[in-house]
Design a protein around this ligand. Sequence first.
Ligand SMILES: NC(=O)C1=CN([C@@H]2O[C@H](COP(=O)(O)OP(=O)(O)OC[C@H]3O[C@@H](n4cnc5c(N)ncnc54)[C@H](O)[C@@H]3O)[C@@H](O)[C@H]2O)C=CC1
Ligand SMILES: NCC(=O)COP(=O)(O)O
Length: 352
Amino acid sequence: MELKKRPKIAIATGDPAGIGPEIVLSALADSKIKENCDFTVIGTRTLLEKTFTQLRQTRTDLCEPDSFPIIDLPTSLTQISLGQGNAASGEASYQYLETAINLTLEGTFQGIVTAPIAKSAWKAAGYNYPGQTEVLAEKSQTKQYGMIFVGKSPYTGWILRTLLATTHIPLNQVSQVLTPELMTQKLELLIRSLQTDFGIKNPQIAIASLNPHSGEQGQIGTEEIDWMNSWFLEQQKNYPQVNLKGLIPPDTMWVTPGVAWYRDFVNSKPADAYLALYHDQGLIPVKLMAFDEAVNTTIGLPFIRTSPDHGTAFDIAGKGIARNASMKAAINLCVELTEKRFNQSYSGALSY
Ligand SMILES: NC(=O)C1=CN([C@@H]2O[C@H](COP(=O)(O)OP(=O)(O)OC[C@H]3O[C@@H](n4cnc5c(N)ncnc54)[C@H](O)[C@@H]3O)[C@@H](O)[C@H]2O)C=CC1
Ligand SMILES: NCC(=O)COP(=O)(O)O
């Protein structure tokens, strides 16, 4: 598909009881976003208008809902209780996402940016998905997909990329769900995405082990000696063009990215991407370093999808204090990746 014009991006506004509508209106006030893409917001017009009217008392950086295209999916606002996800808010956010996916699969959009949803509200509405990622994969019939967090350091300009091998599963299931097959799939996907989406031909990838101190020769966990170490050696043989570093004890793996993020990435020689084995092994360091910058990106899909790294922030919904940085970064990254994938004449260097 050749892009004739600027990328066409759908922005789904997420759970109406959370900060989604506020951060969307606030991000869209940035004139650079309007210059770089043709976006359409998918949400409830009356809710966006109400959010604008109520919050402009507290913040001045909101874009008027009249000034951009909206695909309006009406919702009864009396059933939405700001700060509390429920079946009505879950139903609405699911419909926004589904509409964005359907229109993208039909060719109306090339990329989707999603504001946060609450998984509990989806469950209350009868949608039993662990997150938006799985809906995107299912509807686009994508078997191999991954959740990568991408953030650019405001201190050094270095880019932190972290793929999660497993995502929304209980901690006590991680060790059973992690298999050599799953790890191989995730690594393959990561290498492909670094090469094609991010333009890194010979990436360096750091891979974490599972147990403290990589198991200390089996004294504190045996997965490393049972299969992970041999799996890793096999991958080094399979990918001679990729510089694989591992298996790295999961605490010390984050020392180099920390230095690269805050101080110096030239001398610290960080990897192009980090493969973390479970949600909080990856997201604690990512959010510690990059809560305002990181973007949750789904790789492996036939289109681009990005989202802020944070959630619905029900505790501050309606207060006019939600920061828009991760939402803006999500839109900017979606635009860049869309340009790179669909515009054959694109020759610009990615800033991510
Ligand atoms: N992409 C998505 O759709 C995501 C959805 N979630 C969902 O969000 C809900 C709440 O999750 P939590 O763990 O509480 O995480 P959260 O990210 O919503 O909130 C954690 C803390 O960060 C603050 N915060 C979050 N975003 C902020 C922003 N833009 N500006 C200022 N402060 C901000 C919140 O006020 C809260 O104190 C859950 O239902 C979860 O499933 C969580 C992460 C991502
Ligand atoms: N912790 C990341 C997260 O919850 C995002 O999930 P998804 O909705 O993008 O699948």
